[in-house]
Design a protein around this ligand. Structure first.
Ligand SMILES: C[S@@+](CC[C@H](N)C(=O)[O-])C[C@H]1O[C@@H](n2cnc3c(N)ncnc32)[C@H](O)[C@@H]1O
Length: 416
C-alpha cells in the first residue's frame, strides 16, 4: 500500500481519522484468494468470500476466548463458520440465499461413512444416462437453453435426480455440492463482474467428467482433513440479517462481511447454481427482493431517515446531480445496514466485539465511505468504534471523475 495514498485516504476520515490503521497484510485476506487454495474452503468458488485466515487473525486480535460463540449474519459460503469451528469456537451464520446456507452446512459436515460415500460416488458417476422428469426453473433474465448445451442441461438434471434418491443425507449433500460447484464450468456462461455473459466455450468437458473430478478432489480433502474439535457447534441458517431472531445478549463476537454497495445482485450472479436448488422462477424473484438493498432489484420504499451525517452529505451531492435511482439504492443500503447493526447489537453480550469487512464505493460524483458511515451508524445505535483496519487503498478509476480519489477496503471494529 503506498504511503501517500493511505495518508490522502485518512485525511478525509474526519472524526474517525485517528482510528484508521494501515493493514496491508490483510489486502489478500479480504479476497477469496486464500480459500481458493485451501481444502474444503474451495469446494465452492464464491468470489465475494474472504479468507479463513482473516477470521483467525481477527479472533486473535480481538482477544476472543476459545469456546465463544461467533455470529456471521451474512455468512455466504461459511468461511467464518468453518474457520471458527476448526479453531475451537462455536458459530452461527445467516444468509438470505439458500445456496450460501447449503454450501456452508455441507462444508461443516463430518463423520461421514467413508465406505458408503465411496460406493455412492462410484455408483452415481457410472450410472447410464436416462431422461429425467425434472425441469429447470425459468431463471428470468437468463435463458437456460442458451446457458447450457442440450447435453449439459439434461446431464445436470439427470445427476440431480439421482442425487435426490441417495438416502444418507450427508452423502446426498456432498454429491449435490459437487454438482452445483461445476455448474458454471459446464455452461456457456462467463461471470463478468456482477453480470453473467453467454459465450460459446470451446471444448467444454462433459458434465460427467467435471462431476467425477470434483468428487475425487472433495473426497481426497475429506480423507486428509482433521476432525473438528469436539464440544463446539456451527450452523448456517436461512434468514435476513436485518431481522435476526436471536436471543438478546447470547453472542460473544460478530465477524462478517455484508454485500458491498456495488450494485451486484447475488441472485443473478449465482442464478445457474440456484437453478439447481430453487424450484421456480417465483422463488428466485422472492429471493431477489429479500436481499440487502445493495442493488436495484432489491425491495425499495422503506422509510429513510438518514441516521448518518456523512450519508446526508453524500445524498445531497447525488440528488444535486439527479442520480435518483442510484440515490435510492444507497439510501436503501444504509437503512438495511442500520437495521442489521441494530439486530447484531441486541444479540451481542455486553462488551461484545463486531468486525465488519466493507468496501468503499467510487461514483463519478462522490466517494461513499462505507466504513465511516457504518461507524457513524454503529455509534448512533450505542457501539463504540474501536478501530478501522485499512486492508487496501486504490485510486478511484470510474470514468468521468474530476480528480483522482482514494477508495478504501476496511474492517470496522466495534465494541458494545
Ligand atoms: C460478501 S458476501 C459474504 C461472504 C462470506 N464472508 C464468505 O466468505 O463466504 C455477503 C453475503 O450476504 C448475503 N446477503 C445479502 N442480503 C442479505 C440479508 N438481507 N441477510 C442475510 N444475508 C444477506 C449474500 O447472499 C452474500 O452471501
Amino acid at each position: 500500500m503506498r504511503e501517500d495514498l493511505f495518508d490522502r485516504s485518512i485525511a478525509a476520515g474526519g472524526r474517525f481519522s485517528h482510528l484508521l490503521t494501515q493493514k496491508p497484510e490483510y489486502k489478500d485476506l479480504v479476497t477469496f484468494a486464500w480459500c481458493k487454495n485451501t481444502p474444503v474452503y474451495n469446494w465452492f468458488y464464491y468470489k465475494e468470500g474472504y479468507a479463513g485466515e482473516l477470521v483467525w487473525n481477527l479472533l486473535d486480535r480481538l482477544n476472543i476466548k476459545k469456546g465463544s460463540t461467533i455470529l456471521d449474519p451474512f455468512c455466504g459460503t461459511g468461511t467464518t463458520l468453518l474457520a471458527c469451528r476448526q479453531n475451537g469456537y462455536s458459530a452461527v451464520g445467516y444468509d438470505i440465499l439458500p445456496l450460501g446456507v447449503f454450501v456452508s452446512n455441507t462444508k461443516l459436515q463430518q463423520d461421514y461413512d467413508m465406505d458408503l460415500l465411496q460406493e455412492n460416488i462410484q455408483k452415481i458417476t457410472k450410472k447410464k444416462f436416462t431422461e429425467t422428469r425434472l425441469k429447470w426453473p425459468d431463471l428470468g433474465f437468463i435463458d437456460v437453453k442458451r446457458a447450457f448445451s442440450k447435453y449439459a442441461r439434461k446431464d445436470l438434471l439427470f445427476f440431480k435426480e439421482n442425487i435426490m434418491e441417495v438416502e444418507d443425507e450427508k452423502i446426498r449433500n456432498f454429491l449435490m455440492l459437487a454438482l452445483i460447484s461445476i455448474t458454471l464450468q459446464a455452461s456457456n456462461v462467463k461471470k463478468d463482474g456482477g453480470v453473467l455473459k453467454i459465450m460459446k466455450k470451446k471444448n467444454l468437458p462433459p458434465v460427467r467428467h467435471l462431476f467425477k473430478n470434483k468428487l475425487k478432489r472433495m473426497n481426497r480433502d475429506l480423507k486428509k482433513s482433521e476432525p473438528l474439535p469436539t464440544g463446539g457447534f456451527a450452523e448456517a441458517r436461512l434468514g435476513d440479517a436485518c431481522t435476526l431472531k436471536l436471543e438478546p445478549e447470547t453472542i460473544d463476537t460478530c465477524i462478517t462481511s455484508p454485500p458491498y454497495l456495488n450494485w451486484v445482485d447475488y441472485t443473478k450472479v449465482y442464478a445457474l447454481e440456484l437453478g439447481l436448488l430453487v424450484d421456480s422462477s417465483r422463488d428466485m424473484e422472492e429471493l431477489r427482493k429479500k436481499s440487502l438493498r445493495s442493488h436495484a432489484g432489491a425491495k425499495q420504499g422503506r422509510d429513510v431517515t438518514y441516521k448518518s451525517e456523512k450519508m446526508r452529505k453524500i445524498m445531497e451531492n447525488i440528488s444535486d446531480a439527479q442520480f435518483n435511482k442510484k440515490a435510492q439504492v444507497i439510501e436503501g443500503y444504509f437503512e438495511d445496514m442500520y437495521a442489521s447493526l441494530s439486530s447484531i447489537y441486541e444479540a451481542l453480550k455486553e462488551k461484545g466485539k463486531a468486525a465488519f469487512v466493507v468496501g468503499n464505493v467510487c461514483l463519478p460524483e462522490t466517494i461513499v465511505d462505507t466504513d465511516l458511515i457504518l461507524a457513524e451508524l454503529g455509534e448512533e445505535i450505542g457501539f463504540t468504534t474501536k478501530e478501522i483496519l485499512v486492508a487496501n487503498v486504490r485510486w478511484c478509476d470510474v470514468h468521468g471523475i474530476r480528480k483522482p480519489r482514494p477508495v478504501r477496503e476496511s474492517i470496522v471494529v466495534f465494541e458494545k
